[in-house]
Design a protein around this ligand. Structure first.
Ligand SMILES: Cc1cc2nc3c(=O)[nH]c(=O)nc-3n(C[C@H](O)[C@H](O)[C@H](O)COP(=O)(O)O)c2cc1C
Length: 384
């Protein structure tokens, strides 16, 4: 299904050598071990966990400990951390490294969710240069030989861009790569990503790989982003929702080993069913796994001849046997529908004025009130 062939491209992130310059973007509630395994089976690259909050990790919260588990087929193991406190972030990194729980650690500075930015976390944090520097420096030091990367947005809004400073600081701090989701927090997921910012970051950060992220819906888009921006690799999020085999197309486009699929409705139904089964295995609970797969229904069957009633039944089924009965009623020979199955999927939304702590934008240093607000920004649950 890929339309572009490029010469074989690999990507090195610290000690990790990837056969293709492709990363599955961390997505809360999506990129658990079940989905990562499925994506990895088709292609090459790095497959990142959903975000894990540093406090929940150091407190060994039971849900968090489940979220950081990897299947034995998952190498290298990659975990994304969300933290706002330098000491807690350092402790979380140290724990992952000392206990040999990850081969790659990513730090999330891109979250635009109001409950996070209101306290100065996520995409709001790099505005405070000293705090950002301290977190990244301590984390990179604690990571030792395990490559640590940073994922960020362009900034808070068009008047408060942070990515060039943050990229240079991260480079100085010893991180192994930086990834840019080329939107501001204010943009949320709206409009189109500004790939020219990825090119600008590539010019500013010269000694480590720069990865581009935003609006890759096909392998052709990935090749185009690399050609247009000069970035060293791509991070793919929403484009693979409901089609983990996109990683096969991506690997093919970059000349790596891959599995090519003929995405008939029968194929999609089997992949959906397998995803459900892997979720049941992950949650160790059939009802829970079957409820979790419901959010994937519209993505898997986008563009396929599946009627509204059937979609509604799939979105309410509560056992694997029930899914089998419903899937058996589909026209399994229906071919891949082409354009109808392509294009944008997942979150879009509208721009929003970011919620921020009082007087956050007045200075790039923290004041006392902000320091205490930020201590509170440490979420106590993961994957939020
Ligand atoms: C459902 C969902 C959950 C997300 N969760 C995270 C997350 O946990 N950590 C993170 O850094 N980014 C998260 N993101 C952002 C993505 O990693 C990515 O940066 C964004 O979707 C833009 O890439 P795309 O256009 O390829 O989707 C999430 C995005 C979505 C749609």
């Amino acid at each position: 299904m890929s339309d572009t062939l490029a010469p074989a491209r690999a990507l090195r992130i610290g000690s990790i050598e990837l056969d293709a310059p492709v990363v599955l973007a961390p997505m809360a509630g999506i990129t658990n071990t079940a989905f990562r395994r499925l994506c990895r089976e088709y292609g090459a690259g790095l497959y990142v966990s959903e975000m894990i909050t540093t406090r929940a990790l150091v407190e060994r919260n039971a849900t968090t400990m489940r979220l950081i588990t990897h299947h034995e087929s998952e190498t290298p193991r990659s975990i994304q951390l969300y933290g706002v406190d330098p000491a807690t972030t350092e402790a979380a990194v140290r724990m992952l490294v000392d206990e040999d729980r990850a081969d790659h650690i990513d730090l999330n500075f891109g979250c635009p969710v109001p409950k996070v930015t209101r306290k100065g976390g996520g995409a709001a944090l790099p505005w405070k240069l000293g705090l950002f520097r301290e977190i990244v420096t301590r984390a990179a030091r604690a990571a030792g030989d395990v490559p640590l990367t940073v994922k960020m947005r362009k900034g808070i809004d068009p008047d408060h861009l942070t990515y060039l400073d943050a990229g240079r600081i991260a480079e100085d701090a010893g991180v192994a790569a930086v990834a840019l989701h080329a939107r501001t927090a204010a943009e949320f997921y709206s409009g189109t990503a500004d790939w020219s910012a990825i090119a600008a970051l590539k010019e500013a950060v010269t000694s480590i790989p720069v990865l581009g992220n935003g609006d890759i819906w096909s392998a052709g888009d990935a090749v185009r982003m690399m050609a247009e921006t000069g970035c060293d690799g791509v991070v793919v999020g929403r484009g693979c929702l409901g089609r983990p085999w996109l990683f096969g197309d991506l690997a093919e486009a970059f000349g790596a080993e891959h599995i090519t699929v003929d995405a008939t409705l029968g194929f999609v139904a089997r992949a959906f069913r397998r995803h459900a089964e892997l979720l049941v295995e992950f949650f160790e609970d059939e009802g829970r796994g079957c409820r979790d797969i419901r959010k994937h229904v519209a993505w898997y069957f986008k563009g396929y001849p599946v009627g509204g009633d059937t979609r509604a039944r799939l979105a309410t089924a509560s056992s694997l046997a029930e899914f089998d009965d419903i899937l058996a009623t589909l026209d399994l020979d229906a071919p891949y529908p082409g354009a109808a199955a392509e294009g944008q999927r997942g979150r879009a939304g509208t721009p929003k004025r970011p919620a921020l702590p009082d007087r956050w934008l007045e200075s790039r240093d923290l004041d006392a009130a902000q320091s205490s607000a930020i201590a509170d920004a440490e979420l106590d649950h993961s994957g939020g």
